[in-house]
Write a protein that binds this ligand. Structure first.
Ligand code: BYC
Length: 282
């Protein structure tokens, strides 16, 4: 329940940084793509809440844990989206990291979770490509200012993206049990390394630099070495003190409260229908 619901919360909170740019997308095509992506994320959250509910926890309990700050969601969504280039970089790096982390979960031991992940990963793959495509357009056809905007977004999102994989393996309290249960199949550090190895090559094609002077190919390890991750920043953000934590949570709580009348109306309708059916049956 912990892992699936945190994943669901991440999808739902993950709609907010990008939703912020729907009204400001530069073209109709980019607006339509962004709206579809944000809707997909809402859908992912709903499949995952449904998967968590199969373990006996109600939707109300899951949402209450999010709204009271008891449940976590991905640290990455507590950073602000300052420019349009951030939307491309989120697709490339954030969705890219999500795919790396989530593809192994398609074969995890809990079938309702694994089944939800199959569709989610297909859609995430489209999300990653649309982000990379929009950055390629800006880097290949854009003005110097637009190229600088892409580089600035990469500088801000790189370190938070590699933090998405969680703490180092020797400081990951849940890994041992989750591996034993088969709901986590590959370790945090292994996935982080895989993501970095794939992304360095993509950055070269794009023509941006990744903001880590220690990023170097290690012939012996056959992997890229990378610099020290700021784990204080990570824990600070995970524990509610990142740049946008308060705003993100407040927005979700407000949306939930504003939607109370819809839930009440649906329940009233269901009650009326049930009464009608009972009358007809009598
Ligand atoms: N942010 O023992 P550990 C997405 C917490 S992508 C916040 O290693 P675990 C999306 C962790 O929960 C993101 N908290 O934990 C992408 C634990 O706290 P609790 C969501 C984090 O579970 C694009 C503590 O730190 N993906 O949805 O073995 C667009 C110790 O960590 C983070 C998933 O959820 C973090 N980055 O491993 C839209 C995938 N990292 O619970 C949406 C499924 C760690 O003990 N989840 N923590 O209080 C997983 O694979 C694993 O839960 C993690 C963490 C790798 C994230």
């Amino acid at each position: 329940v912990r892992q699936i619901s945190q994943h669901a919360h991440s999808e739902i909170v993950g709609m907010l940084p990008e939703g912020n740019w729907v009204t400001r997308a530069p073209t109709l095509k980019r607006k339509a793509i962004l709206m579809a992506k944000v809707q997909d994320e809402g859908g992912h959250g709903l499949y995952l809440y449904a998967a968590a509910e199969t373990l006996g926890t109600s939707r109300d309990q899951l949402l209450d844990a999010l709204h009271t700050g008891k449940a976590k969601y991905s640290s990455i969504f507590n950073y602000p989206t300052l420019t349009w280039a951030d939307i491309g970089v989120i697709g490339w790096l954030v969705d890219g990291a999500a795919i790396m982390n989530q593809v192994p979960i398609c074969r995890c031991s809990y079938a309702p979770y694994a089944r939800a992940m199959v569709r989610i990963c297909r859609e995430e793959s489209f999300h990653q490509r649309q982000g990379y495509d929009s950055l390629l357009v800006m880097m290949q056809n854009g003005t110097d200012a637009q190229k600088a905007m892409v580089q600035d977004a990469v500088n801000r999102w790189w370190w938070p993206s590699i933090m998405m994989f969680g703490p180092p393996d020797d400081q990951s309290p849940n890994s041992a049990q989750s591996m034993r249960w088969g709901i986590k199949r590959v370790s945090n550090d292994t996935l982080r390394q895989k993501f970095i190895d794939a992304t360095v090559e993509q950055a070269k094609v794009l023509g941006v630099t990744l903001p880590d002077p220690d990023l170097k190919w290690n012939e012996e390890r056959q992997h890229y070495d990378y610099g020290q991750i700021d784990w204080d920043e990570f824990w600070n953000t995970v524990n509610g003190h990142g740049p946008m934590n308060k705003e993100r949570l407040a927005t979700r709580v407000k949306a939930h409260n504003d939607g109370a009348w819809v839930r009440e109306a649906a329940l009233a309708h269901a009650r009326k229908q049930q009464q009608r059916q009972q009358k007809e049956a009598a």
